[in-house]
Design a protein around this ligand. Structure first.
Ligand code: SF4
Length: 120
């Protein structure tokens, strides 16, 4: 099965022609460096995404706090992660980069604050 994708590892944006058996990459063409096939293989066989969202706060200067995962997590776990994030309420001041939840869902990524929030 032939498939096309754009490598997003650098601004060159190479158009990759990928041959797959449906679940696994068999070959890649069109890349200008070795990162292209590596990106395509990851994207086809085990796609990962950085989770970016916000959580509720109570008693802080804003009602919501922007958060993100400290590293990409499996794309297939994003909905489960969002369900977990919906149950979080931050009630103490945080600084940008503070860990709000460590090892979210046991995926090895922390949920970190994207900004500093102080009390009301
Ligand atoms: S294949 Fe290499 S040169 Fe092309 S977009 Fe990906 S990283 Fe950039």
């Amino acid at each position: 099965m032939k498939r096309f994708m754009t490598c997003i590892e650098c601004p060159q944006g190479c158009r990759l022609e990928i041959e797959t058996d449906g679940a696994r990459m068999i070959s890649a063409a069109g890349e200008k460096c070795e990162r292209g096939p590596a990106y395509a293989k990851q994207e086809i066989e085990a796609p990962m995404r950085t989770l970016t969202t916000s959580v509720l706060t109570r008693g802080l200067e804003l009602k919501m706090l922007a958060v993100r995962s400290s590293k990409p997590i499996p794309k297939g776990k994003l909905l489960e992660a969002m369900d977990a994030v919906k149950r979080i309420t931050v009630t103490v001041p945080v600084r940008a980069g503070d860990i709000v939840v460590s090892d979210l869902l046991g995926l090895g990524a922390d949920l970190v604050a994207c900004r500093t929030l102080t009390r009301l």
